[in-house]
Write a protein that binds this ligand. Structure first.
Ligand SMILES: Cc1ncc(COP(=O)(O)O)c(C=O)c1O
Length: 358
């Protein structure tokens, strides 16, 4: 425990600023979510949370996308955010001396979870100037003996946006039945690919898919995430969580958010419009950038990234420095919000990186 390093979570004091630093929803949840939260009677706060019906609501929501193999409620795990699902997966499956196979750079929380279990980490770098998924190298290590206990695929990857089609993921899972293949699909709704519509958890019980209402539906502050997989796997992951880890407000909000998919769809569509607008500006101004999946992109300023980061902060805009991250050192990760917000960002960016030539 002494040697563990904490995952660096969002800083304090972010309210009131334009927060383009943690890929959150930038406008908040559906008004129906807010209404449902306001309608909670005081005495409901005095009783332990009740989860009945929530798994069914997740199934109904996911089914809208069309699933080749319908899911049952016992195939849905409920967690206090996908962070908690990730932690539980490592806790339930990772043992001292086991290996986590993943990619680099990727979402930062996998590493401390592996270290907590005493696991070794094999992180394969993304490839080439486009940060392509290192499929051949992953397959090679996956099929090596002893096989990794866990393979974590963040798809699209945070922070490179790298997308991987469902078919290769299904093939990896089928080829490595003794490895739990976890696909973190936090950003699939924003220019991404999901393995869920094709997943057959009966045929590949070693596959787990993670989804959250944090980034799309705007519930990051309430903490609610889901794991989908074979019922025995979901049961095993759920055994290492407390009985009431998800609070009542998150449950109420999740029901309302899942029932108002059109609101989330409209937000995602707006983010994609904003993405196209910002990409056009970056291209016209000749600013080095990389955009693939997800509600974020990478920008390499001409001026030192730390200075641009600081100037943006002074202008009331937060972005995330990628300092110290392999392959993308010197870049800033900018989350995408509405077109209006990206217009504000772009104006401030041009002033913060003066060599930007429109
Ligand atoms: C790839 C990825 N997975 C999981 C999480 C955590 O999600 P949640 O807010 O549902 O805990 C994040 C949050 O930034 C993320 O980027």
């Amino acid at each position: 425990m002494e040697s563990l390093q904490a995952y660096s979570a969002p800083l304090e004091g972010r309210r009131g600023l334009l927060r383009l630093d943690f890929n959150e929803n930038t406008i908040g949840p559906s008004p129906k979510v807010v209404e449902a939260l306001r309608a909670i009677p005081a005495d409901h706060l005095a009783i332990y949370p009740e989860y009945d019906g929530l798994r069914e609501a997740v199934v109904a929501n996911l089914s809208q996308a069309g699933l080749a193999h319908p899911l049952g409620p016992d195939q849905i795990g409920l967690f206090n955010g996908v962070d908690a699902a990730i932690h539980a997966i490592f806790h339930a499956y990772g043992e001292r001396g086991d290996t986590l196979l993943s990619t680099s750079p990727t979402f930062g929380y996998y590493t401390p979870c592996a270290h907590m279990q005493g696991m070794a980490i094999e992180a394969i770098p993304y490839e080439g100037p486009g940060f392509a998924f290192p499929l051949a190298a992953i397959r090679r290590v996956l099929l090596d003996e002893p096989c990794p206990r866990l393979l974590l695929i963040c798809n699209p990857n945070n922070p490179t946006g790298t997308r991987l089609a469902p078919q290769p993921i299904l093939e990896l899972a089928a080829a490595a039945p003794r490895t739990l293949v976890v696909v973190d699909e936090l950003y699939e709704a924003f220019a991404g690919d999901s393995v869920l519509p094709l997943a057959d958890f009966a045929a590949t019980p070693n596959l787990v898919v993670l989804r959250s209402l944090a980034k799309t539906a705007g519930l990051a502050g309430l903490r609610i995430g889901f794991a989908m997989g074979a019922a025995p796997v979901i049961d095993r992951i759920g055994r290492v969580t407390g009985p009431y880890d998800i609070n009542s407000l998150a449950v109420t909000a999740a029901h309302a958010a899942l029932a108002d998919q059109p609101y989330t769809d409209a937000y995602v569509a707006e983010v994609l419009r904003a993405r196209a607008w910002l990409l056009a500006q970056l291209q016209a101004a000749g600013v080095r950038h990389h955009a693939a999946g997800g509600n974020y992109l990478l920008i390499w300023p001409q001026a030192p990234a730390a200075e641009v980061d600081q100037r943006l902060r002074q202008a009331g805009i937060l972005v995330r420095s990628m300092a110290g991250k392999p392959l993308i050192e010197g870049s800033l990760r900018v989350s995408l919000g509405t077109t209006e917000q990206m217009q504000r960002f772009w104006q401030a960016y041009q002033a913060a990186d003066p060599s930007t030539t429109p």
